[in-house]
Write a protein that binds this ligand. Structure first.
Ligand code: SAM
Length: 714
């Protein structure tokens, strides 16, 4: 049980599924390869794969016509849309001025050229069967035009260099983290949760993490001071440990001390209670449950031949269990969003109806019709049919023969009386998207009877115990955190939990003092003395130091029942580098060097600079600024951070970096050796920074150069 995607339906395609496959191959999962895009990501067999799928399935049509999920007169449009490839879409990360600057640059410089290209006669070069070349469009409901989509065929990309440059841009910007490629419909649920910085948020089925990413952004986005840290946190949980690792990697770009990645069956997610009896009910819970996924057929055409009614039926009980567990973990007054990427009422309205019935008034299905008015959707259906492979069943008669339907799958007089029209279904033809289903609940009072405490079942033989002493409002507690394995059917076994080390507080005040003094850290803003943890067993000499938000520290500390299976916690902020020539009074964690902006640009371009000429290698580039060279020379060997002095506006403009906002955006890790300094970051990251200096780093060149302001695109 608890297999990814539930029983019996091995899905391919779709964001999460493709990412998993790529991850297995060891590829960077957030690297987008546009050459595969139109080939049918689900098909995965390269050119022409999308077209080669037979996009018909009689049972599918028969079933969904009977379910009446599509408004009268729209069936043909619905089916036609399902047979066309899904547009590419992305959202600009973050919010506020920086995100808006990026948007303006993309919109005004890069996208605005598309109609000119077509006017210039390029349209004539396209095959007569080619769809019209339209400029990218802003997603109509997304705030501040910060999400976009476009749909260009392979032929168009090949023939129209400007379109290719848009693809190139999306690929690069996704890699270095200015934008995130995400299906438009998948962007919806986070908005309905209404996250605030102090919220305790649980994402029950979170991998590969596209929605977790948004939830974290929202947790931080609600803060007035961009330097401040949220009090709350997001627990991103998934049953699949590999996908948890993928999620950890995907969400690194948010740089949040408020992220906890856990590995549980969501239906058995543990409830944490401190020794003083403090509980941690969640303010917001997302149940983006495993589903049969037929809403993703536009990008996963392999679903067409494999679709059967059994797929959804098999998942319904698990979906209901996950949603009910979420309802129990939710705070009174909290909000729960249930979502799927299937059209199937068995996985959608039937689950919602069962939740309402079983919660006996504790959950209220919220009417969202007044919210996000530009989001095109249809109301949930009030009645539906339960089928198995032999055809339709009715709730009372229950035909003879094998019967595979669970009682909660049927609509009946009681479900008819529920306000299921408040559910929302997004249909692909209405706004050129994938299919999606969302239901929003508020918790009004305690749930009737909590099921048996799943924690009891979770206990297993393998535990790694560790002490974490924490000052809480209630008392000073010294608790044991357990990062144990082998619980809950994970089947990992062995001598540790997936090879992970325990989480320990950084106990040596000397370590924290050395870091805070060296970097001039304000203890109020960054309370390392309270919230720094490490995974080094000898926590008096931590190798890496992670920062937790206050809420996350308290949550972890309260886990006295040793239930949480933690994959990752908090934000890595320091890493120890010991130097042979260290005088003993230096900080072993990274040192800051303040080069001029010109010197920083030079090292980004050359990747290595010599402190003095090397007679054997006279062609090696040298530092040019005396002050920077002197500073580097006097620094101890090892890793360091280059944090540039920005200079005057004129100097910045002369370097092509007119729009650079803050030195932190250009901070870069380097290694200081005896005679040279080398970059410690990937080419993708240095390319991103060089773009801020107006350097054209696009492989194809022509048309994709980015100037000033980080994102200005010619
Ligand atoms: C639809 S995907 C989630 C997509 C994710 N919310 C996102 O936006 O990136 C469903 C996820 O549920 C996970 N899953 C399947 N069964 C589960 C269970 N019993 N408990 C927790 N997660 C489960 C799968 O591993 C998969 O990652």
């Amino acid at each position: 049980m608890g297999g990814r995607g539930g029983r019996g339906f091995k899905r391919k395609g779709g964001d999460d599924r493709v990412l998993k496959r790529d991850f297995k191959k060891g590829k960077r999962d957030n690297v987008w390869d546009p050459s595969k895009e139109r080939g049918g990501r689900g098909g995965g067999n390269g050119a022409g794969a999308y077209a080669s799928y037979d996009k018909t399935n009689e049972k599918f049509e028969e079933y969904y016509k009977a379910q009446k999920i599509v408004p009268d007169g729209e069936w043909d449009d619905f089916m036609a849309s399902l047979r066309t490839p899904l547009p590419t879409s992305f959202r600009i990360n973050g919010s506020g001025k920086y995100a808006e600057d990026i948007r303006d640059q993309i919109e005004n410089k890069l996208f605005a050229k598309v109609p000119d290209v077509v006017d210039a006669g390029a349209a004539a070069e396209c095959e007569p069967t080619e769809p019209e070349v339209k400029p990218p469009t802003a997603v109509r409901w997304y705030p501040d035009r910060l999400a976009w989509q476009f749909n260009y065929s392979r032929q168009q990309l090949r023939r129209l260099p400007h379109l290719e440059s848009i693809h190139e841009f999306v690929k690069r910007a996704n890699e270095y983290g200015s934008i995130t490629r995400q299906e438009v419909v998948s962007m919806i649920p986070a908005f309905f949760l209404k996250i605030e910085p102090h919220h305790l948020v649980l994402d029950m089925c979170a991998a590969p993490g596209s929605k977790t990413f948004q939830l974290l952004e929202m947790l931080h986005g609600g803060l007035n001071d961009p330097q401040a840290l949220p009090e709350g946190f997001v627990v991103a949980n998934d049953v699949d440990i590999k996908r948890c690792n993928l999620l950890t990697h995907q969400t690194k770009r948010v740089n949040s001390p408020g992220l906890l990645v856990t590995n549980h069956e969501a239906q058995n997610f543990p409830e944490i209670k401190s020794m003083g009896g403090r509980t941690f009910p969640f303010d917001s819970i997302l149940c983006d449950v495993p589903c049969s996924g037929d809403g993703t057929m536009r990008k996963a055409p392999d679903i067409w031949p494999r679709w059967t009614v059994g797929n959804g039926n098999g998942l319904h009980p698990l979906q209901l269990k996950i949603a009910m567990r979420a309802a129990h973990l939710l705070k009174i007054g909290g909000r729960l969003v249930y979502s799927t990427c299937t059209f199937n009422p068995i996985e959608d309205e039937a689950v919602v109806a069962a939740m309402l019935k079983q919660s006996d008034g504790a959950l209220e299905l919220v009417d969202m019709s007044g919210e996000m008015p530009n989001l095109r959707r249809v109301p949930g259906v009030k009645t539906w049919q339960a089928w198995d492979k032999h055809g339709k069943h009715d709730a009372e008669g229950r035909p003879e023969g094998p019967f595979k339907c669970h009682p909660t799958m049927f609509s009946d007089a009681e479900s008819d009386a529920l306000p299921l029209e408040r559910c929302m279904r997004v249909l692909p033809h209405q706004d050129d998207t994938g299919g999606f289903f969302i239901a929003v609940f508020d918790k009004k009072r305690e749930m009737p009877a909590a099921p048996e405490d799943p924690n009891k079942k979770l206990r297993g033989p393998i535990t790694v115990r560790t002490e974490l002493t924490v000052d809480t409002a209630e008392q000073r507690v010294s608790v044991t955190l357990t990062l144990g394995g082998g619980r809950g059917g994970g089947g990992r076994g062995g001598g540790g939990y997936g090879g992970l080390d325990p989480i320990l507080p950084v106990v040596d005040p000397g370590v924290i003092d050395s870091i805070t003094t060296t970097y001039g850290i304000d203890r109020e803003k960054l309370p390392l003395h309270k919230n720094a943890v490490t995974r080094t067993a000898d926590n008096s000499r931590p190798k890496r130091v992670y920062m937790l938000s206050n809420g996350l520290r308290e949550y972890l500390a309260a886990d006295v029942r040793e239930n949480l299976k933690v994959i990752a916690a908090g934000l890595k902020i320091f890493e120890r580098q010991e130097h042979k020539d260290s005088a003993g009074d230096t900080c072993d964690y990274r040192l800051i060097i303040r080069p001029t902006l010109a010197e920083l640009k030079l090292i980004l371009q050359k990747r290595s600079l010599q402190l003095a000429p090397d007679p054997e290698r006279p062609d090696k580039p040298l530092f040019t600024d005396d002050a920077t060279r002197a500073e580097v020379t006097s620094a101890v060997a090892g890793s360091c951070v280059f944090l540039p002095r920005l200079g005057t506006a004129e100097e910045r403009a002369a370097l092509g970096a007119g729009g650079v906002l803050a030195p932190e955006e250009l901070a870069i890790a380097c290694w200081k050796g005896k005679s040279s300094v080398n970059l410690l970051v990937s080419k993708v990251e240095t390319d991103h920074m060089l773009e801020k200096f107006g350097v054209d780093v696009s492989a194809a060149g022509g048309g994709g150069s980015v100037q000033g302001g980080g994102m200005e695109v010619n």
